[in-house]
Design a protein around this ligand. Structure first.
Ligand SMILES: [Ca+2]
Ligand SMILES: [Ca+2]
Length: 506
């Protein structure tokens, strides 16, 4: 009895010592750098035209993932699933709907950091840019460059109305010919300081350079390089039009696709491209604008990373950089995102910080859903709910042999899915109405659809197992809801059945 008591007391003492040790060990700060529609065009990734010295430097300081995939190919479901840890096929958030209305009990990663005694800061486009889409509950401070917007539900109108730049610039031929938000224009260099992303980074600089009395989590979201591509002239000058390379196109690429997809490509999907090519040098100029916006974004992130490297937080801060979706620049004559091809689903993700290997690239399949559980492990966060991703801490510490993973990306309505492994990309549309299979390692342009070849039948059968069998219905089908702003906070409420004020289209 006494002996047992002694053991118990000893264990208690040990536990208490461990708790003290854990407490005294400083937890790392975390800076999450979020970019919008930035595909794999990063200089350090090789084989592309992007000039990104600052993100290249980040790659040299950490592990860069060249085959990470978004959980969905629209801004909101990709971002919301990452921030809540819930896959779109479980939440029903597949397109741009305010998911917090559907999952009020769900803890975002920012809420979890706050519960774990972190100071939590956010700014810019971390969730969606429209009013009512930020989950403000987890933030001690959320920056908006235009304070008046807080009273309208914290939107980030960085497109036309308040982008701080385009007012003096008439709509370009792109805005008139293709569509308004496809505008591309160089702006005077001196306006750089007025741009929304510049101002958000100015605000973030003050957080990273200070010494804090407790660890911080900062999520800083840039709007760029999402179209419209307004960027200072000096970033356009990096890319002379005569040097712009068009993406390689295979003649008759669509011939091996199911009629359902061929029809899709003939219709809406190629609408933008068909208009774009009526503008002189339109295709090249659209790529030039996108690249200029990437280099502008790179310069802004560089300011933050430089400030961090000079600060007292330099050695104890984890950085995770991610884009919410990729971007077509005319491949398969598509523009922007929303397809399930590699061009849209593949996103850059880069990690750096204490314990993370330096100057490594990892080419295996991982998911943006892995970010939440990885931060839980890296920062020893307690109290997390069930998460759909997996921690990639092992890869960050030892990015050697590729880990076998099966990663799922959801399409717009919860009935189209992509499955990625280190070797294969399988797409299943409308529960089997059309299918595609590509080799990830041998066919990165996704030109050769192998789905009808007999020898890949068993590969397909295996990959098919990963398609969610009972995916959640799209939550857009919830009854009408309305955004109610109360001072500087807001909430979504059920409306009286009349059409609500929500806007879910861009
Ligand atoms: Ca996006
Ligand atoms: Ca093809």
């Amino acid at each position: 009895m006494n002996l047992l008591k002694g053991v118990a007391c000893g264990s208690m003492a040990l536990l208490s010592m461990m708790a003290t040790a854990q407490k005294s060990e400083p937890k790392p700060n975390v800076i999450m750098l979020v970019v919008d529609d930035w595909n794999d065009m990063i200089g350090a990734f090789g084989g592309n035209q992007a000039i990104t010295p600052n993100i290249d430097k980040l790659c040299a300081e950490g592990v860069a993932f060249t085959h990470s995939y978004a959980a969905a190919t629209f801004c909101t479901p990709s971002r919301t699933s990452l921030m809540t840890g819930v896959a779109p096929w479980k939440s029903g958030c597949y397109a741009n709907q305010p998911q917090h209305y559907n999952m009020p009990e769900r803890k975002s990663i920012s809420t979890l950091f706050q519960e774990n005694d972190y100071k939590v800061y956010g700014g810019g486009k971390v969730y969606h840019h429209m009013p009512g889409f930020v989950d403000l509950r987890g933030y001690d401070e959320y920056f908006h460059w235009n304070p008046a917007q807080k009273k309208r539900g914290w939107g980030l109108f960085a497109w036309r109305d308040n982008a701080a730049t385009p007012k003096e610039i008439p709509a370009s031929d792109f805005g008139k010919t293709v569509y308004t938000n496809f505008d591309i224009a160089a702006i005077p260099n001196e306006l750089e300081k007025e741009m929304a992303d510049t101002k958000m980074i100015d605000w973030a600089l003050d957080i990273v350079k200070e010494e804090h009395d407790k660890p911080f989590f900062l999520s800083a979201g840039l709007y760029t390089p999402h179209k419209p591509n307004f960027a200072p002239q000096k970033y356009f000058d990096l890319y002379p039009i005569e040097d712009i390379q068009l993406p390689p196109i295979q003649e008759n690429d669509t011939a091996d696709l199911a009629p359902y997809i061929q029809n899709f490509l003939k219709g809406k999907a190629n609408h933008t491209h068909n208009k774009l090519i009526t503008i002189e040098n339109g295709w090249k100029r659209a790529i030039q604008g996108y690249l200029a916006a990437i280099s502008y974004a790179d310069a802004q992130l560089g300011r933050l990373l430089d400030e961090l490297s000079k600060s007292p937080n330099a050695e104890n801060t984890i950085i995770v950089f991610w884009s919410d979706n990729g971007y077509h620049l005319g491949e398969k004559y598509c523009w922007a995102k929303h397809t399930l091809w590699e061009r849209t689903a593949n996103v850059p993700m880069i990690w750096a910080g204490p314990g993370i290997k330096k100057n490594k690239q990892y080419h295996g399949a991982v998911s943006l859903l892995d970010i939440y559980p990885t931060l839980v492990e890296q920062c020893g966060l307690k109290g997390s709910q069930e998460l759909d991703g997996e921690s990639i801490t092992g890869i960050l510490e030892k990015p050697g042999k590729l880990v076998d993973r099966t990663i799922v990306t959801a399409g717009k309505n919860g009935d189209d899915f992509s499955v990625f492994t280190n070797e294969w990309h399988y797409i299943n549309y409308k529960f089997g109405r059309a299918e595609e299979l590509y080799s990830v390692t041998k066919d990165n342009h996704e030109w050769n659809n192998l789905v009808l070849k007999e020898e890949y039948k068993s590969v397909i059968e295996d990959l098919k197992q990963a398609i969610p069998t009972n995916p959640a219905k799209p939550s857009l089908q919830v009854p009408n809801i309305r955004l109610v702003c109360e001072g500087e906070s807001f909430k979504w409420v059920k409306s009286d059945g009349k059409k609500g004020k929500r806007k879910n289209k861009k």
